[in-house]
Ligand binder design. Structure first.
Ligand SMILES: Cc1ncc(COP(=O)(O)O)c(C=O)c1O
Length: 360
């Protein structure tokens, strides 16, 4: 068996310990004589899996009691519609546009109400986070929406926007559990788990209880109603059971690692290695404003598309996979989520040094 260093933006690398443990339990989970994939979601064994997963996530993120945790399906993209369907009481929302995902979310919300794009970084290909300390929040806005970490462009909100007491909604798909957050500053936090937490197919929603109501837009399907899922403790229908089980294992792994403060320090150390190299390199350069750099997604270019393609090809041959940038921006992107070991970043920098020598 040989494992590569997988820099994919998602689905992405998972902790080896988690994969091994899942493999060991594949045929017989905890004496049940069956795989988690094969068991009823109403069984005692699964009940314990989902309850433990929620408890561990609550502990890791220090989630206040007045927030519900929901394990849902449909990916982050389904939340683009579910959020306005459930939260747009006045049919108005403010969106901060820092990349394609925020743009898509705004486009979807516009099907249900008025969307005000109150700040944007599109003028410089989303290479920075706009100053959101005093933005024109709409008086009648039901919420203010951000994509906290922009997977494609490699930017991250280091400070949350001043929403002037309006509810903050955040897509944290690509920075979930990468560092501590103050959940009480948000009305709703959500993310697809396939980057930092588990396999594709699960989206986690952390939502303040007062936002969970029956008063949703007319025609909202049951499956897209937070209240229905909250009342049923995420078991309204058959949940993505195996995915939730793996998420639970990753939560245990994070706890064993020391929690989110420790992960933050690890992630900073890993990212610094890459950014420091980029800052002094004569061949490669980062594409993002220094103050807004993500700890999770690191885009970089040589400035020459042919050389970029050569880099992607040769890095793959060297066991460094999925370094090609997003199709909309080109160049390269290294995603260095929680499960990417420091050695992976070291191997990447060593390869970049070698490539620079050979191609400068
Ligand atoms: C920040 C962000 N939001 C949303 C999505 C869409 O996620 P999904 O494919 O789970 O719908 C992605 C996917 O890469 C993402 O990076």
């Amino acid at each position: 068996m040989s494992r590569v260093y997988n820099f994919s933006a998602g689905p992405a690398v998972l902790p080896e310990e988690v994969l091994k443990s899942a493999a060991e339990e594949m045929l017989d989970y905890n004496g049940t004589g069956m795989s988690v994939m094969e068991m009823s979601h109403r069984s005692k064994a699964f009940e314990e899996i989902i309850e433990t997963a929620e408890a561990d996530l609550r502990e890791l993120m220090n989630i206040p009691d007045n927030y519900k945790v929901l394990f849902l399906q449909g990916g982050a993209s389904q939340q683009f519609a579910m959020i306005p369907m459930n939260l747009m009481k006045n049919k108005v929302a403010d969106y901060i546009i820092t990349g394609q995902w925020a743009k898509k979310a705004a486009g979807e919300a516009a099907k249900y109400g008025k969307v005000n794009k109150i700040a944007s970084s599109e003028n410089k290909t989303f290479s920075y986070i706009p100053d959101c300390s005093d933005i024109p929040i709409s008086e009648d806005a039901d919420y203010v929406y951000i994509c906290e970490n922009n997977t494609i462009y490699g930017t991250k909100f280091k400070e949350l926007p001043n929403t002037k007491s309006k509810t903050l909604v955040a897509d944290v798909s690509s920075c979930f559990l990468s560092e501590p957050v103050d959940v009480s500053k948000y009305g709703l936090i959500y993310g697809g788990v396939q980057k930092n937490i588990g396999p594709a197919g699960v989206v986690i929603v952390i939502i303040r209880e007062d936002l969970i109501t029956e008063d949703v837009l007319p025609g909202t399907p049951s499956m897209l109603t937070y209240k229905i899922h909250a009342d049923a403790k995420s078991l309204y229908n058959t949940p993505p059971a195996y995915g939730i089980y793996i998420c639970g294992k990753v939560f245990k792994w994070l706890k064993e690692m020391g929690g989110l403060e420790v992960m933050k320090a690890r992630n900073e150390k890993k990212a610094k290695l890459l950014y420091d190299f980029l800052d002094q390199s004569k061949l490669f350069k980062g594409t993002v404003e220094v103050k807004d750099r993500s700890l999770m997604n690191v885009p970089f270019v040589t400035g020459n598309a042919d050389l970029d393609a050569k880099f992607v090809k040769e890095s793959k041959e060297a066991g460094l996979e999925n370094l090609k940038g997003h199709r909309s921006v080109g160049g390269m992107r290294a995603s260095i989520y929680n499960a990417m070991p420091y050695e992976g970043a070291e191997a990447l920098v060593a390869f970049m040094k070698k490539f620079e020598k050979e191609n400068l």
